[in-house]
Design a protein around this ligand. Structure first.
Ligand code: AP5
Length: 215
């Protein structure tokens, strides 16, 4: 069993690498961003509340996010382990996660930080297109769909995430620097942190992660 946490600035490639790692290690994917986007698209009470924060790039309050992660972890539906993507993002969330793992008697195997400079991220987010139907992610330059604006996998029209517009992206980066970046020291002190150069091709980033995980 391998339990991973993937961190990085918005647009660093967490989702892209998570998909590869999930397949490789047969992990359960727990992405708080994906959970919120799904709730928003279904129009649930959680989705309506979360939308107030997501569109402008603000963090959803800790209590709501911690409760959601607890429900998923407590279901215990991860025979090969899990990949937490986009959680924790604040010190309070990291401490809440420690408590949850203690209660469940689970240990983290590693915390992967995908490291990318701000100018590269801005270009990645400006070009990102996502399929609202099946969740596949593309990039207009690095990973374009075969037919412009159409998902290769399900044929649905691709969209740009509302929080990928410039003003929201700048807010997300500022919040990352203030609230999430300090968690790198938190996990480094616990000897769990692995830093990966995220400015390489997606396959090279993936290979470097596997190497750091001992493969
Ligand atoms: P979330 O969905 O977690 O967004 P994020 O952290 O901002 O990360 P992104 O999804 O934007 O980027 P990514 O790192 O996954 O990059 P990707 O692989 O897509 O959260 C969204 C919102 O939900 C938050 O702002 C907040 O409101 C709320 N939320 C979520 N978790 C929360 C929490 N714990 N607490 C409170 N609120 C929370 O890649 C980006 C692009 O680059 C793609 O187009 C991709 O194709 C391309 N790309 C990827 N890798 C490479 C590469 N190596 N080379 C070239 N292109 C690449």
């Amino acid at each position: 069993m391998i339990n991973l946490l993937i961190m990085g600035k918005p647009g660093a490639g967490k989702g892209t690498q998570s998909k590869k790692l999930l397949k490789h290690y047969k992990l359960a994917h727990i992405s708080t961003g994906n959970i919120y986007r799904e709730e928003i698209s279904k129009g649930t009470a959680i989705g309506k509340e979360a939308k107030k924060y997501l569109d402008d790039g603000n963090l959803v309050p800790d209590k709501m996010t911690n409760d959601i992660v607890w429900d998923v972890l407590n279901e215990n539906n991860y025979p090969h382990g899990f990949m937490l993507d986009g959680y924790p993002r604040t010190r309070a969330q990291a401490e809440a996660l420690d408590e949850m793992l203690k209660k469940l008697d689970i240990k983290l195997s590693a915390v992967i930080n995908v490291d990318v400079k701000d100018d590269v991220l801005l270009h990645r987010m400006a070009g990102r297109r996502v399929c609202p139907n099946c969740g596949h992610t593309y990039h207009t330059d690095y990973h374009p769909p075969k037919i412009d604006g159409i998902c290769d996998h399900c044929g649905h029209e691709l969209i740009q995430r509302p929080d990928d517009l410039e003003e929201s992206v700048m807010n997300r980066l500022a919040i990352y620097n203030e609230k999430t970046k300090p968690l790198l020291d938190y996990y480094d002190e616990k000897k769990l942190l692995v830093v990966i150069d995220g400015e390489q091709s997606t396959n090279k980033v993936f290979q470097d992660i596997l190497k750091e995980l001992g493969e």
